[in-house]
Design a protein around this ligand. Structure first.
Ligand code: S0N
Length: 369
């Protein structure tokens, strides 16, 4: 009760799952459970700004499936590993020391500071061949499309927790999540045409819904001077929001309705882990970790969601997606109706009569107006 209703603590107990249900070790993702209520699923390829390859997507799909199946889990947080240790240009050289770790400052990108962090930088371009992205088996794959559908159909809320870049296919991943909580260093953009790729599916859908069309001319917007940047925003969004182009930062994304809230000065990285135990049988870890500001805010949102009716949330999610997902969307919504109907006496009567080998008596149930 306290875990859902109480204040979000500064430290939390996590369990990190080492292997998937087939006993195969996760290599590209981190799969963690926070006190049997929330799951964190983290893309972990920091050396590539968390670009995904087919293996990454395969692991993500397993983790999302596991989180769906686990009835203790109410909300899933989807994020990217901190990438700061892999460098990146820091225009502002100010650093602060926190618990012995040198951190880049958290100046927002709108102040002209480039960020070395990433939620996800899209498909791994180094692995792109003529038939998609290839790593295991040497077959090209576009399996991220299946992941996008999986997130939309998942009957629990999925929250994208974004620090740094969410670009290309990574941008689409945040778009297909139900909510996005962003650090103020988040940078969003659809870079695909720049590298000769495109995503005309779900990502597009939300751009159109929000009146954004941002594939036109990718430029590193955050490299521009403040005046040029202001001019860009005026040209691209103020007068004609449908034609918004180029990278945009967290506050712009919030104005466009693409993120739910922006957490100021919120590097995602948690400053330190307090205690850690390895569970020798499974290879899993139990540990106590300090939550970074962005994590704290996201957990706060999760707790708020957890106080609500899980069934109402489930039906609302499928209803929100039903129109855009066509027949598949209707199937999801109708599946929820079936689920609820199975719980009624009327629904039960048909099954019971069949098992008892008697005619069903539906006459006792009202035909409501
Ligand atoms: C993210 C950016 C802006 C970060 O810039 P920064 O901080 O200056 O870092 P870098 O020095 O550029 O990068 C650090 C290291 O990371 C590597 N890297 C970064 N992104 C990628 C990537 N996407 N693929 C492979 N490597 C990447 C850099 O090469 C560098 O490595 P080293 O240190 O060895 O030099 C900046 O990195 C950037 O602009 N990245 C590229 C963004 C991009 O264009 N992404 C791809 C866009 N396209 C897609 O995502 C495909 C769309 C898609 O997903 C899809 C659509 C429909 C159907 C299927 C698919 C599908 O892909 O499956």
């Amino acid at each position: 009760y306290h875990r859902v209703h109480g204040e979000v603590p500064t430290h939390e107990v996590f369990r990190r799952t080492a292997c998937d249900d087939l006993g195969i070790q996760f290599t590209d993702i981190i799969y963690e459970n926070l006190w049997f209520t929330l799951n964190f699923i983290t893309i972990s390829r920091p050396e590539r700004r968390n670009a995904f390859r087919p293996q990454t997507v395969k692991e993500l799909m397993r983790a999302f499936n596991d989180a769906r199946d686990d009835s203790t889990i109410g909300v899933i947080i989807f994020t990217g590993k901190d990438t700061t240790e892999y460098g990146g240009p820091l225009l502002n050289t100010e650093v602060q020391h926190s618990v012995g770790v040198i951190q880049p400052n958290t100046k927002s990108v709108s102040d002209g500071c480039r960020v070395p962090q990433a939620f996800c930088s899209g498909g791994d371009q180094a692995l792109r061949g003529k038939d998609g992205y290839a790593d295991y088996d040497n077959f090209g794959r576009l399996n991220v499309l299946d992941l996008q559908v999986q997130i939309r159909r998942l009957p629990k809320p999925v929250i994208a927790m974004v620090a740094g870049y969410a670009v290309g296919g990574g941008h689409v991943l945040h778009m297909v999540c139900d909510l996005t909580i962003a650090a103020d260093n988040a940078v969003f953009g659809q870079t695909c045409p720049k590298v000769g790729s495109l995503d005309a599916g779900y990502g597009r859908l939300w751009f159109v819904r929000c009146g954004v069309w941002n594939n036109v001319a990718h430029v590193d917007d955050h490299k521009l001077s403040k005046a040029d940047k202001g001019e860009n925003i005026k040209r691209n969004s103020k007068h004609s929001p449908y034609k918004k182009a180029r990278f945009y930062d967290a506050s712009e994304a919030e104005k466009m309705g693409l993120v739910n809230t922006v957490v100021p000065k919120a590097l995602k990285r948690a400053p330190y882990t307090l205690l850690q135990w390895k569970l020798s049988l499974t290879g899993d870890f139990l540990f106590v970790k300090q939550l970074a500001k962005l994590e704290q805010e996201t957990v706060k949102w999760c707790r708020e969601i957890m106080r609500n009716s899980p069934t109402a949330i489930r039906v609302i999610k499928s209803a929100l997606n039903a129109v855009d997902d066509g027949h598949a969307g209707l199937q999801e919504l109708a599946g929820d109706a079936t689920l609820l109907f199975y719980g009624t006496e009327e629904g039960n009567e048909g099954k019971t009569a069949y098992i008892q080998q008697r005619p069903p008596n539906f006459a006792k149930f009202p035909r409501r107006p």
